[in-house]
Design a protein around this ligand. Structure first.
Ligand code: HEM
Length: 406
């Protein structure tokens, strides 16, 4: 095989400053789809000599679907993203479903899925539609930043609605949630993610405690006092579940909304089409196009082979959704932004395995509601400058999107 032209580390935050590095990913998919990347910066708690970068759609699917061979237990975040992580920290993160394997994962997912049934999500529709209208209704005909004006608020409100967080507590919950993801971006370096995580954990545990003593007709009570098969979450488990929601459901949905708007404004014919026809397919094209989560990793539980590449037991295997979602073996025109794309088997919510995004339908609802509200009330939006990207190899993020509302 010819030596590849480029040798990037696809977790390097600097290569995302202008968006997903499409040319490099295309080159990896074509010539070296399971490539060894030596790790440049490690963490204290576990061996992190490097990882296998998986860039093809079919291989990402294969890894996601096989949790026997590709385990989530030894941390789904790449070491580079958590440079100060200790062994103790890794063990703490194992209390989060994202980092569990079957059968422990299966049992916990069965319980928390009760909060995410189509009926449960649909019951939030009216409240979230009202929030979306309020957020858009507060816009003034002026210059603004789409990310802070529009994209930030609804995902946080959705989690708060889901958990029944009272209005008076939402300010704190929003602040803790926002500062929990540790970034490589200098703009966010002031926040202490650990302190915020502890604040939110304490708050959630107190909420669970209250519901165990005084049950109500809400999702928290369903999760901590479920009668079905006598299965429920302990107060601690509930606390970690809320922590996970704040990380998994906030930044991701925010970026799907920001990428969706950016793509519509840079493809004005698609914005016109959206306003006229409101296709239901648009939301998934926003998620494919933006791929808000770039990568999650697994650890091989045994020696195995993927796309002809030998992988040893214990080695890390990283799935690059931002690459898989542009794989021309699956998408005939991956670089065409098409809000009517169907089918759209993107992997933005993960592969179709055990860990497929629990909040996918909630995220879809939020995105749908906010774009409908925008199309109804603020159809005339223009870009006034370039999107400012988040410096991160983990989250494909837009931190500022300068626009003018008319
Ligand atoms: C899992 C993406 C919104 C909750 C995942 C995974 C991805 C993902 C890629 C797979 C992780 C893995 O395989 O290791 C996204 C994107 C979103 C979004 C792109 C927005 C556009 C949400 C929302 C919630 C949520 C709104 C909840 C409020 C979760 C949870 C998991 C998860 C709990 C873990 C599932 C498990 O381990 O079984 N998400 N997510 N996500 N997501 Fe989402």
């Amino acid at each position: 095989m010819a030596e590849p032209r480029t040798r990037i580390d696809p977790t390097d935050p600097d290569i995302y400053l202008h968006g997903i590095p499409h040319a490099e990913f295309a080159e990896m998919r074509a010539g070296d789809p399971v490539r060894w990347i030596p790790q440049v910066r490690g963490s204290a708690g576990f061996d992190d000599e490097g990882y296998w970068a998986v860039t093809r759609h079919a291989d990402v699917m294969a890894v996601s679907r096989n949790s026997d061979v590709f385990s989530s237990r030894e941390n789904t975040a790449i070491a580079r993203f958590q440079p100060d992580m200790t062994r103790e920290g890794i063990e703490m993160q194992q209390a989060i479903m994202l980092n569990m394997d079957p059968p422990q994962h299966t049992a916990q997912r069965a319980i928390v899925s009760r909060g995410f049934t189509p009926r449960a999500i649909n019951s939030l529709r009216a409240a979230l539609a009202e929030r979306a209208e309020q957020i858009v209704g507060a816009l003034k005909a002026d210059n603004g930043d789409f990310v802070t004006d529009i994209a930030c608020e609804l995902p946080l409100q959705a989690i708060a609605e889901l958990l029944g967080v009272p209005q008076a507590d939402r300010g704190n919950v929003f602040e803790w949630s926002n500062s929990m993801i540790g970034y490589d971006d200098p703009e966010f370096n002031g926040a202490d993610p650990m302190e915020s995580a502890m604040g939110l954990l304490g708050y959630a545990m107190q909420m669970a405690d209250e519901r165990q003593t005084c049950p109500r007709d809400d999702i928290v009570t369903t999760l901590v006092k479920a009668e079905i098969d006598g299965e429920n979450l302990s107060v601690d488990e509930f606390g970690f579940f809320v922590l996970m929601l704040a990380v998994a459901g906030n930044e991701t949905t925010r970026n799907a909304i920001s990428h969706g708007m950016h793509a519509l404004l840079t493809h004005p014919e698609q914005w016109e089409l959206y306003k006229q026809t409101r296709p239901r397919t648009a939301v998934d094209e926003f998620v494919r196009w933006g791929s808000p989560i770039n990568v999650f990793q697994r650890t091989a539980t045994q020696d195995t082979v993927l796309s002809g590449q030998q992988i040893d037991k214990g080695q890390r295997v990283a799935m690059f959704y931002g690459s898989a979602n542009y794989d021309d073996a699956v998408f005939t025109t991956p670089h065409v932004f098409d809000i009517t794309r169907s089918p759209n088997p993107h992997l933005g919510f993960g592969g179709s395995g055990a860990h497929f995004c629990l909040g996918a339908n909630l995220a879809r609802l939020e995105i749908d509601l906010i774009f409908n509200a925008l199309a109804d009330h603020t159809p005339d939006i223009t870009l006034t400058g370039p999107a400012q990207r988040l410096r991160s190899g983990w989250i494909n993020g837009i931190k500022h999107l300068p626009v003018r509302y008319r």
